[in-house]
Design a protein around this ligand. Structure first.
Ligand code: MF3
Ligand code: CO
Length: 257
């Protein structure tokens, strides 16, 4: 069963998800050549705890950190380490929190210094595809409409959609029904109703769609070693227009400076 959240629950989910947005903006301030992904993880954990919340990924299925930091050909679930980001890298920062019993979960792929035009385009199209998906998160549509919108947009730009990891419902658990694939057919999948809360998170590869899991047991990488991008927002399904519970505005305010 897919939970239907009351207006009060949606406001609690908004607080949790906006805290993730603010955490990602805090992390954004530190992203530069030479910073380690573990330093970013420390900043995020401190910020989350200072705001009375708990990192949601830490300990989830044994995951060891607050953030997932996935560099270049890492798709998702990269473990923070002593790796120093360098000019030209991209890094997906994925963050989750638990606050007042409700979860927040959001991700953004950052450029480190200057990156190639091809990589810039991958990030732009992946982010745009997320908003194409969000346009479909309205009462009466189905999860397949979201997947179709993301897949058709990304494939029209020559990119491929990762199949093994998908978006999800979010609420009093980090992952709840429904499953929200980034591929699909229009009119397929569970019917969306007002009050359902979902995370949409396209994971889009510049090359082939195939992935493998590294020997650390977590890091998902592209088979062809080409770059991959990942953006995630939480939305409440509503009539006519989705209600965004998280935002990239705080992040992009930092990136402008
Ligand atoms: N944002 C990720 C997702 O929705 C959560 C990372 S799972 C963890 O799949 F195990 F790394 F925490
Ligand atoms: Co997620």
């Amino acid at each position: 069963m897919i939970p239907i959240r009351s207006a009060e629950e949606i406001e609690l989910l908004r607080v949790s998800n906006l805290l993730v947005s603010k955490t990602l903006a805090e992390v954004a301030k530190w992203i530069r050549p030479g910073v380690t992904t573990l330093e970013l993880d420390k900043k995020a954990e401190e910020f989350i705890r200072d705001h009375g919340a708990v990192p949601a990924f830490l300990g989830y299925n044994g995951y060891p950190n607050t953030l997932c930091t996935s560099v270049n050909s890492a798709v998702v679930h990269g473990i923070p380490s002593k790796y120093e980001l360098k000019e030209g890298d991209i890094v997906s920062i994925d963050c989750g929190v638990l606050l007042n019993n409700y979860y927040g979960d959001s991700a953004y792929t950052f450029m480190v210094g200057e990156v190639t035009d091809a990589v810039k385009k991958l990030l732009q199209v992946t982010k745009e595809s997320l908003f194409k998906g969000i346009e479909q998160a309205v009462e009466g549509k189905r999860t397949g409409d979201i997947g179709y919108a993301i897949q058709s947009y990304c494939e029209s730009h020559g990119y491929s959609v990762v199949r093994e990891m998908i978006g999800h419902g979010i609420g009093t658990k980090l992952h709840e029904p429904p499953e929200v694939p980034n591929y699909g057919r229009r009119g397929n999948g569970p019917l969306l109703k007002k009050g359902m809360v979902i995370c949409i998170e396209p994971m889009i590869n510049m090359g082939e769609k195939n992935i493998y899991i590294e020997s650390d047991g977590w890091t998902v990488k592209t088979r062809d070693n080409k770059p991959s991008a990942h953006f995630e927002l939480a939305v409440a399904v509503d009539k006519g227009k989705a209600d965004l519970l998280s935002t990239f505005e705080y992040i992009e305010e930092v990136l402008k400076k």
